[in-house]
Design a protein around this ligand. Structure first.
Ligand SMILES: N[C@@H](CCC(=O)N[C@@H](CS)C(=O)NCC(=O)O)C(=O)O
Length: 243
């Protein structure tokens, strides 16, 4: 009997990326490169029904799993996949913390760069709210932007100036760039979970058609552009990038 296809709830491709959410992009890439059959349902309105009010979420044969790390854990166990099999314990521990730094710190620089930048805001508004009828199209974007501002402030990133946030992002790019050096992947020739996170979190800057200060800083790191582009071209050859 054919097992039902896994459904991945997403925002849908945008800005030249497989998904504007780096957490969705990580899960999408994990399933794509491990050849796990899945289908996507792209509708941000379904966020209201999501257990944690965030994407990604998967429905695996009736089992609903929210949060990208929990999804990867579930799929790794179910399909007996260990993307970190070639790593030793120290490398696994290091990868965990670099990944968390990108997902819990750099991510907020990304949100700030997209939502708080007055130059970038029109692109965000167009992408997420263009289909709303009048008068919702006049109200909802400002309400959601305000909610996002509160979340960035709640994290603490929002207390910094734009220049400071770009400097924080730059530290992140610079340190990952140094660790990557001229290797194919962070830990050598084999792709690991951390590379998925780098693709998702740093690729959100280097591969995006959004051209702002933070993206320009990221694109100064040739090896980061190279890694994220190589993964994008290998697994998502149809996506347009500005590179
Ligand atoms: N820890 C979560 C983070 C997921 C997350 O922050 N998703 C964002 C998009 S990048 C989201 O759905 N935001 C919608 C909202 O907050 O309304 C994971 O790893 O999946």
């Amino acid at each position: 009997m054919l097992s039902p296809m896994i459904k991945l709830y997403t925002f849908g491709p945008a800005f030249g990326l497989i998904d504007p959410s780096p957490f969705v992009a990580k899960v999408h890439l994990f399933m794509t490169l491990n050849k796990i059959a899945f289908e996507t349902e792209s509708d941000a309105r379904l966020l209201a029904k999501a257990p944690k009010k965030k994407f990604p979420v998967i429905n695996d044969d009736g089992k609903i799993i929210a949060d990208s790390s929990f999804i990867l854990k579930h799929l790794s166990e179910k399909y007996k996949i260990d993307m970190d099999a070639s790593l030793n314990d120290t490398q696994r521990a290091t990868a965990y913390h670099i990944g968390k730094s990108l997902e819990e710190n750099l991510y907020w620089c990304l949100v700030h760069s997209r939502w708080m930048n007055d130059d970038t805001w029109p692109i965000i508004k167009q992408q997420f709210f263009n289909d709303l009828p009048f008068p919702l199209n006049k109200i909802v974007p400002a309400v959601v932007r305000n909610g996002t501002r509160k979340r960035i402030n709640g994290h603490g990133m929002g207390a910094h100036t734009d220049d400071e946030i770009n400097a924080i992002a730059n530290e992140s790019f610079a340190s990952v760039s140094t660790l990557l050096g001229n290797k194919a992947y962070l830990f050598g020739d084999t792709i690991s979970t951390l590379d998925l996170i780098i693709f998702a979190q740093i690729g959100a800057f280097t591969l995006s058609i959004i051209d702002n200060k933070a993206a320009r800083i990221a694109k100064e790191y040739d090896n980061l552009v190279g890694l994220t582009q190589r993964i994008q071209h290998a697994y998502y050859p149809k996506l347009n990038t500005n590179n």
